[in-house]
Design a protein around this ligand. Structure first.
Ligand SMILES: C[S@@+](CC[C@H](N)C(=O)[O-])C[C@H]1O[C@@H](n2cnc3c(N)ncnc32)[C@H](O)[C@@H]1O
Length: 143
């Protein structure tokens, strides 16, 4: 994520580990989660974290954050959430400075879809966790 990132959303925050880590590093963080169980655990674990329950980017407003992280979901799910935002919330997604995407699988298909929608690939790294390698993509939205 960009060094100067200030306000960001972890979309699909699960139990909030990543969101809390990012907040501890000084970022302003919104944690969103679709599923009841993880969302309730997230709120209990960190009552002062800005937690919002809903599908994908639908619970974010245009000026809420400058960047979003979508990590730990399949590449197809990430593409679907971004496509929904392009259709339903163009000012939000086109107004983002950056997106960090870490698909659990389907990275190649996701990169192809991003290119077809005019997202710009700014960087790509491979992260190894638990003996598996994951792609981490830094992208900018279509203008
Ligand atoms: C493996 S966790 C990732 C947690 C965190 N982002 C990380 O990387 O450590 C994936 C989470 O995404 C949530 N999720 C899946 N589809 C979603 C959607 N459409 N909108 C919001 N959250 C979603 C799941 O419920 C799950 O809690």
């Amino acid at each position: 994520m960009p060094e100067d990132a200030v306000a960001l959303a972890d979309v699909g925050a699960g139990d909030g580990q990543l969101a809390l880590h990012l907040r501890a590093r000084g970022h302003r963080v919104v944690a969103t989660e679709r599923t009841h169980g993880p969302f309730e655990r997230l709120r209990e674990r960190s009552p002062d974290l800005d937690c919002r329950r809903g599908d994908g980017l639908s619970v974010l407003g245009p000026a809420d954050v400058e960047g979003v992280v979508l990590a730990g979901m399949g590449g197809g799910t990430i593409a679907r959430l971004l496509a929904d935002a392009l259709t339903n919330a163009p000012p939000l997604i086109r107004g983002l400075r950056w997106l960090v995407l870490q698909p659990q699988q389907g990275a190649g298909e996701l990169v192809g879809w991003l290119s077809s929608q005019d997202f710009r690939l700014l960087g790509r790294a491979e992260a190894v966790q638990g003996g598996r390698s994951y792609s981490v993509l830094l992208v900018a939205p279509p203008r």
